[in-house]
Design a protein around this ligand. Structure first.
Ligand code: SF4
Ligand code: SF4
Length: 249
């Protein structure tokens, strides 16, 4: 199960941010004017599990364009946060999503640096790591996530990935047919650096424009190979030491 966020339909109302905060009891924060259009959250974090970005482009002869996009945890198939968690607080659910168990998290923060998207964060004054759960409690009760339910334009759609993917591809085709040639999908590739995920996006420009890494790579991707090389080096070293000891005798 997962999210398809079609940014071409987003109107920037922030209903998703509010619904997420309300349902998940994510603490409110005192925000000030950032100067970044209507964006006062400026990114995902321990207290912002959905973030609606406002990107103002152009202003010249081509006129002004406003890109809006509701970002969220990607619930990666190869999740760095989950790989490095030493306590088992991060778990893969029966829906394929990645969830932090708050009663097990010890606040070590390893997951924070292991996320290639900068999603997960330790909460100030609490110390534990927090992020989107894809409304795990609602899924268990056969309800859709709060953000998807609140979105008035269906920019956020929730469902089985097998249903959402063809829908998303069809939408890209439609947009391109209408002349929106930059329309593309992001986060769908099973062969990308995180093995794809359970939250993917339709973007209208390069991922960097939305603050998304163009080629995310899970930092633990080469861990197996590194351990194998270290083991091989240890074997060679041990054989050398053994040979030297035998030579002395
Ligand atoms: S986006 Fe980051 S926090 Fe979310 S599952 Fe992937 S690695 Fe973990
Ligand atoms: S609720 Fe839907 S339309 Fe409103 S900001 Fe979120 S994604 Fe955009």
């Amino acid at each position: 199960m997962g999210f398809f966020t079609d940014t071409s339909l987003c109107i920037g109302c922030k209903a998703c941010e509010v619904a997420c905060k309300e349902w998940n009891r994510v603490p409110a924060e005192q925000r000030s004017f950032t100067g970044h259009s209507y964006d006062n959250t400026c990114g995902l974090g321990a207290n912002a599990w959905r973030h609606v970005a406002f990107i103002e482009q152009g202003g010249g002869e081509d006129g002004l364009r406003w890109l809006m996009s509701s970002d969220v945890c990607k619930h990666c198939n190869h999740a760095g946060c989950l790989d490095v968690c030493p306590t088992g607080a991060l778990m893969r659910t029966e829906f394929g999503t990645v969830v932090v168990q708050e009663d097990i998290c010890n606040g070590c923060g390893y997951c924070v640096s292991a996320c290639p998207f900068g999603v997960i964060e330790r909460r100030e004054g609490d110390g534990r790591a927090w992020k989107c759960t894809l409304c795990y409690d609602r899924l268990r009760g056969d309800l859709e996530p709060a953000c998807a339910q609140a979105c008035p334009t269906k920019s956020i759609q929730f469902g089985a990935l097998d249903d959402l993917l063809p829908l998303a591809r069809g939408r890209v085709e439609t947009l391109q047919h209408r002349g929106v040639t930059d329309a593309r999908l992001y986060g769908t590739g099973p062969d990308d650096g995180v093995g794809g995920g359970h939250a993917f996006f339709l973007l209208l420009d390069e991922p960097e424009v939305y603050g998304l890494p163009p080629d995310p790579v899970v930092p633990t991707r080469d861990l197996g190979r590194m351990w194998a090389s270290a083991a091989a080096a240890a074997v060679v070293l041990a054989a050398g030491v053994l040979g030297a000891v035998r030579g002395w005798r």
